[in-house]
Write a protein that binds this ligand. Sequence first.
Ligand code: NAP
Ligand code: GDD
Length: 356
Amino acid sequence: MSTAPARRRALISGITGQDGSYLSEILLAKGYDVHGLMRRTSTVTTNRIESLCREARGDGALSIHYCDLGDSSSLRRVIERVQPDEVYNLAAQSHVGMSFDQPEYTADVVALGALRIFDALRDFRTRTGHDVRIYQAGSSEMFGAAPPPQSESTPFHPRSPYAVSKAAAHWFAVNYRESYGLYICNGILFNHESPRRGEEFVTRKITRAVGRIRAGLQEKLALGNLDARRDWGFAGDYVDAMWRMLQQDAPDDYVIGTGESHSVREFVELAFAHVDLDWREHVEIDQRFFRPAEVDDLRGDAAKARAVLGWTPTTSFPELVRLMVNADVARAETELMLAGAHSGVARYSERAAERV
Ligand code: NAP
Ligand code: GDD
């Protein structure tokens, strides 16, 4: 009697984030058992994976484990329990601006958090002989002040505590690969966005404001440096690149980007124009959103990923802007409807109260 081959097990730190949600979807579709690490917070953070949790219930393909990257003991316990084949380290304090306010915490989660994962997996492999493939979420921020285009051979010049911490994690990965033969890939990903992007990153901040201004829920949008240029792609494409890296015979490092850069101003113009609004009437410049040191221009040269991984981006810059604006226009309309229903209920209650 033949037995079905065991399902591959993936462990994802940062599963509740933008990338974690897209990655879970593609791994579940490929038939993986997906395990996610989630930290305890005072409010629920599973909104991005809610539908996956509902759908996956029953066949057990998606499991969530409480674990904070600051806590080695819980991390090691989860690794023992899950016995993963692939580990994707996506967890991070990922906001560059915030890292200037919380440098020590950022370094702890981003740099030491990665080290805790690599070291736990090194011991796990020594003890069990189980080979694990590891993806480390590196960032184009590590290039910082280095002029574009940036490729795998461009030297790092990080410009924030976040970027310095990501560079440390990158070199920990290289060191664990060279010292212990661990299979670790550094993905050096340029900015990638989606309707699931956190609201305090500039693209989502803009598209959310566009939706709300159009619906009459907000009038102004305060932004910082409009001249910064970024290489913006669609997050769904980028998580596919992460998976492809771990399917190669040998571990390596890869730049993932579209090869185009655009300014924040261009993003603003396109986003407002998509709903026939003039951005100049709504955008205000606020010094609070400038950073002590800026990264002026990021543009990725992903030739190696194209050649080795067969990876190419599928979504153009204007398509990305449109799809994000459309999603936020729909959200704002729902918000407006709920606000209307709420004030209707409030007015009804006031009138009812007047009668007694
Ligand atoms: P994100 O939306 O900010 O998600 C970050 C995830 O990390 C969330 O699930 C968050 O949990 C979790 N996390 C934060 N601190 C943690 C801790 N102490 N212990 C355990 N989990 C913790 O980020 P993303 O955009 O998906 O990015 C994924 C990774 O790629 C990050 O490492 C980011 O730095 C890196 N990256 C992103 C981009 C990009 O453009 N998106 C580009 C290059 C590299 P909560 O839900 O509880 O907050
Ligand atoms: N967040 C934010 N808010 N950024 C603003 C604003 C604002 O109001 N106004 C202008 N900007 C500028 C920032 O100064 C920066 O130059 C640019 O917009 C992009 O900022 P973010 O969207 O916050 O992204 P990031 O490029 O700093 O970092 C993102 O991409 C990295 C990869 O290059 C994050 O996702 C990082 O985690 C990721 O590693």
